[in-house]
Design a protein around this ligand. Structure first.
Ligand code: PLP
Length: 343
């Protein structure tokens, strides 16, 4: 997912310069750029006491986060949430609440799905045999559904009491998109493990697992051939440089509030959910045809959601007010025929 816009000059320069030197070398030797990346990420996210394991995709980050949790407490049972999406590899897809993308072989894991924001269900089922709870900072594929701050706090407390690890999947909601570096930071809690991908490389395949200092990693616990290679680091470092220099997290907060306020007032809109530039617009009707018109007639590409009435908006963090106004104009035009057909 694009965070700093396509072909940002700093991003292009950093990757080109790295390519001229060396693109890849084995992870059995120290790659200095991994340290620079970890340090810059720690500073911007305020997680500089956490370790960073680098891999290649969101699913792989979640797979490793769950595996690390099981290494840590020796348990197997996982709690995830209804409508969650965590990726398509074995354990990540098992923790994804969508049977249509699970093969029979994925059903061997011990996963329970609880309703989001339901403290009573958590109270009952988060017991001392649970290995980890995995939760999105804001559910994306579900159509932008946020855990409440109180729910995050309650979950933190219950994980502490039971010894289950709290894994925050910030693959979609992280990297400044919500107007904070991580969506869970609005709730002022600190998870045990945070997974990151998408915006991290601005399209370059790079992902990571941030690991709290109390979780002691041992040699060989996690591993990968391509994770954290030179080019991936160059891309990820360039992204962090641009987010910092251009104050893109503040831009996401400002442009997001502007966009949300304007869209809320439009006809046909039932509800607008989300924070910053992670926005779900729920219409009074199935939005599939509207999304088609937006892309084919107005060249505006939007995201779908498991809730078919919802349009997902995830523009780059560099979006300007002019571009938001361009979107609003196109959205209003595209909406017109659909309003007539429902009225
Ligand atoms: N977690 C969340 C919240 C996601 O939205 C996604 C992808 O959409 C993933 C994990 C999986 O990431 P990837 O496609 O990089 O494996």
């Amino acid at each position: 997912m694009i965070s700093i816009g396509h072909t940002h000059p700093h991003y292009v320069k950093k990757i080109e310069e790295q390519l001229e030197k060396i693109a890849f070398y084995s992870n059995s030797v120290k790659i200095r750029q991994q340290e620079e990346l970890s340090q810059k990420l720690g500073e911007l996210s305020e997680y500089n006491d956490y370790d960073l394991f680098l891999c290649n995709s969101g699913a792989e980050a979640n797979e490793n986060a769950l595996k690390l949790s099981s290494f840590h407490n020796g348990r197997k049972k996982i709690i995830a949430f209804e409508k969650s999406f965590h990726g398509r590899t074995s354990l990540a897809v098992a923790a994804t609440n969508d049977p249509s993308i699970q093969a029979p072989i994925n059903s061997s894991h011990d996963i329970i799905f609880l309703p989001l924001n339901d403290e009573a269900a958590l109270m009952k089922l988060l017991t001392k045999d649970v290995c980890a709870v995995i939760i999105e900072g804001i559910q994306g594929v579900a159509g932008i559904q946020a855990p409440s701050d109180d729910f995050f706090k309650f979950l933190r407390k219950k994980c502490d009491e039971t010894g289950a690890l709290m894994i925050l999947d910030e693959v979609q909601s992280g990297y400044g998109r919500t107007g904070m570096f991580f969506a869970h930071q609005f709730a002022t809690i600190r998870p045990d493990i945070i997974t990151i991908a998408k915006g991290m490389g601005n399209g370059f395949p790079v992902a990571g697992v941030l690991i709290a200092p109390h979780l002691k990693a041992k040699h060989g616990m996690l591993g990968t051939t391509f994770g954290g290679a030179y080019l991936a680091c160059a891309a990820a470092i360039a992204v962090l440089d641009v987010i910092k220099e251009e104050r893109l997290i503040a831009n996401a907060a400002n442009m997001g509030s502007y966009l949300i306020e304007k869209v809320k007032k439009m006809d046909g809109v039932k509800e607008v959910r989300g924070k910053g530039l992670m926005i779900g617009v729920e219409m009074h009707f199935n939005a599939s045809a509207l999304r088609n018109d937006l892309v084919f007639k107005h060249q505006i590409f939007t995201g779908s959601a498991s809730n078919k009435n919802t349009v997902r908006l995830l523009p780059p963090l560099t979006v300007t007010q002019e571009e938001v106004d361009h979107f609003l104009k196109g959205f209003a035009l595209a909406l017109k025929p659909h309003l007539q057909s429902v009225s």
